[in-house]
Design a protein around this ligand. Structure first.
Ligand code: NAP
Length: 345
């Protein structure tokens, strides 16, 4: 079994990857921002896998040579998964908080790995569908996107707005990785995983008050109840739309990307269709009627998503030998875990 280095190990997607890696017998070194985060993550790991997990502290992936000390201590790694990157729209300085860490973090990990890890065979970068289309083009149903597509966001425009900055940051960072491969011709090859909105239960511990950005779209719905004297339509919610995929499929895709010979040089576009938050609300009301949530505009989901660009990820689905989970499975499993966690508080 292999020695695998994973950045951002305490993140939502990364914890699922760590779980699968340990279950498959790999030795895992994860980077986290602080001793406390490392100890917390280590405490979730089941007893039989504890000796297979260690963590390294990397407080800021954007700091010069951020990963060098950690990689020097683990020069015998064979695979590297780079998931760490900020995912938030809550910033007044998008360049500082989103773009620079995404770019510098990718540069730092690739340079460090190339310098210190002679046995490294493959790097997997967690990119995003945001690198495939811009936030504007994503909502233009006349456009078509697939694994070959890139957004057209310019740096000067990206710095002006947090959403454009996130989309720009993901393409700038992923392009940097592919260019690094061309220019530096390292010993390792590269695979990118490009998920759309990732939802699903947490791998080990669910804190309903601190869900990651994507799952908060589901978590927030559970507070949408009609107050006394209020009509259901008076309670508003953000009817976000986009592509969806289950975090468990995204984690599996990272392991596939890590080891499968056919994945080399590919971009795995991880999406299983389009969602609107209204569709999620309809599913919650169908499966959890006891919650008495607002109804919104039931059944309007297809109309909500009709504005979205057409996407195709046939090449990815042909490569990955399993069916992705449905929106229904994702929503039911996520809500059930949040309810179970709340009942234990
Ligand atoms: P997450 O839970 O916020 O994980 C992000 C991880 O990166 C966290 O461990 C975070 O540490 C770390 N990180 C962020 N900025 C950092 C910095 N400057 N220095 C050190 N560590 C830093 O989000 P996630 O959803 O799992 O995202 C993981 C990856 O998937 C990201 O690259 C994201 O762009 C990509 N992605 C996510 C989605 C989605 O819908 N969730 C969709 C497509 C792509 P702290 O938690 O300690 O800050």
């Amino acid at each position: 079994m292999a020695k695998v280095f994973i950045t951002g190990a305490s993140g939502f997607i990364a914890q699922h990857i760590v779980k699968l890696l340990l279950e498959q017998g790999h030795q895992v070194i994860g980077t986290v921002r602080s001793q406390a985060k490392g100890e917390q993550l280590a405490s979730y790991i089941p007893k039989q896998f504890k000796s297979s997990f260690t963590f390294e502290i990397v407080p800021d992936i954007a700091a010069p040579h951020a990963f060098d000390a950690a990689l020097q201590r683990h020069q015998d790694i064979e695979f590297l998964l780079h998931t760490a990157s900020p995912f938030t729209y809550d910033t007044v300085n998008p360049e500082r908080d989103l773009i620079i860490p995404a770019i510098q973090g990718t540069k730092n990990i690739l340079e460090g790995a190339n310098k210190y890890c002679p046995q490294l065979q493959r790097v997997v970068i967690t990119s995003s569908d945001a690198a495939i289309y811009s936030n504007v083009d994503e909502r233009n149903n006349k456009l078509f996107f697939n694994e070959q597509s890139w957004n057209n966001i310019k740096y000067a425009d990206a710095v002006k707005d947090a959403v454009a900055a996130y989309y720009g940051a993901k393409s700038f960072a992923e392009k940097l990785a592919w260019e690094f491969l061309l220019m530096e011709t390292p010993r390792f090859d590269l695979v990118a995983v490009n998920p759309s909105y990732v939802f699903g239960p947490q791998s080990w511990f669910c804190d309903p008050a601190h869900l990651n950005v994507s799952n908060a779209l589901i978590g927030d719905l559970l507070d949408k109840k009609q107050g006394a004297g209020e009509s259901s339509s008076e309670v508003s919610f953000e009817n976000e739309i986009g592509g969806f995929v289950d975090v468990r499929d995204v984690a599996r895709a990272h392991l596939f990307a890590m080891t499968d010979a056919n994945a080399s040089g590919k971009r795995l576009f991880m999406t299983n269709g389009h969602f609107s938050v209204q569709m999620m609300l309809d599913l919650i009301n169908q499966h959890f009627p006891q919650l008495h949530l607002i109804k919104g505009t039931p059944g309007s989901g297809e109309k909500d998503i009709s504005v979205l660009a057409q996407v195709e990820n046939k090449a990815t689905k042909q490569l990955l030998p399993w069916e992705f989970n449905s929106l229904e499975t994702i929503v039911v499993d996520t809500v059930q875990q949040i309810l179970d966690s709340k009942s234990k508080l």
